[in-house]
Design a binder for this molecule. Sequence first.
Ligand SMILES: Cc1cc2nc3c(=O)[nH]c(=O)nc-3n(C[C@H](O)[C@H](O)[C@H](O)COP(=O)(O)O)c2cc1C
Length: 385
Amino acid sequence: MTTPRLLQPITLRGLTLPNRTVIAPMCTYSATDGMASDFHLVHLGRFALGGAGLVIVEATAVQPQGRISHGDLGLWHDGQVEPLARIAAFLKQHGAAAGIQLAHAGRKASMQRPWHGNGPMNESDATRGEHAWSVIGPSAIAVEPGWLMPREMSQADIDVLKRDFRLAAERALRAGFEVLELHCAHGYLMHSFLSPITNQRSDAYGGDRAARMRLPLEVATILREVWPQVLPMFVRISSVDAVENGWSVDDSVAFAKELKQIGVDVVDCSSGGITTSPTASAVPRDYGFQLPYSQAVREGAGIATMAVGLIVEAQQAEQVLQDGQADLVAIARQALEDPNWPVKALTTLRTGEPLAERFSHWLNPYGWWLSRRAKLIDKLGPWQR
Ligand SMILES: Cc1cc2nc3c(=O)[nH]c(=O)nc-3n(C[C@H](O)[C@H](O)[C@H](O)COP(=O)(O)O)c2cc1C
């Protein structure tokens, strides 16, 4: 029997992922002062025990004002390294590669947690002691009426931002992460420079596509300089804005070609978020709704891609890889429902193999028992009343 693609290792520079399932970055809005806690260790550690090839830690802010909410993780000071180092070490000890997403929320910073309203902060947040802070962006255009008006970034702001991305990447490396992902999606700061909807600057950072790409490419270059040549770097993009006159898939292909030149290894193809709250959908949602973008970027720019978005079944993920739509498959909400999704998907795809072997890729404290129980259940047949 041929090994399912999802189970095949992939080598990116000097790093080999044991399989092709990635846990996508997911904010948990559970940090205090940007610090990771035992909650983050257990939450992320479950995905490593669950068999993921790579676990990417949630959007981690490079500046305090770049947090989406008061609960975001950060790497804006050295004290934030140690608890993240514990997480990176745990992930690696249990077979997953350790990744982290560096981010700045730009004009979508200073928001409520989703379950507190998912909008700009108000008096009810203040009663919990959570106050709004001022936000920055490429241009003074608010997300929607009633949202904070961002201050248009000066050259000095841009210089500080670039310094802070560099410092955060150095800290991520010190923490032991192996994959660095730059967040250029979902309407946050980097994406808001790319999109003509939010970037109406008249200096060298605004205007035509090349000028709008300038800051994200400068930041990507800085991160690539920091990140060792033997370790891979990813960039997450919103492949389309899906609004009139917005960023298009052709723009994404052009951006991906530039990223490839810089030495970015994988483009992680998401979409939307430019004009709306991060959880609103611009592109109609269906299973694998972002796959055409991943395929277009992969073929158009000749770069490896990661697919994400409503990929829920093992066979579906396998098909994505077999059809050449992506090199890696990321899952997010499905992993919240079942942190063992990666290892269960691999078991499912090995249906043709003897029972004992189908559990051989589980960690011993689980797999040893499950393979024996599977033989017993096979004899008993399904439970009946
Ligand atoms: C709780 C939650 C938090 C998220 N946080 C992030 C994040 O930190 N960075 C990011 O790029 N995307 C984030 N996303 C988007 C996911 O990474 C993913 O792209 C999206 O949920 C679609 O994949 P799914 O259908 O497998 O959930 C988040 C999604 C969820 C559900």
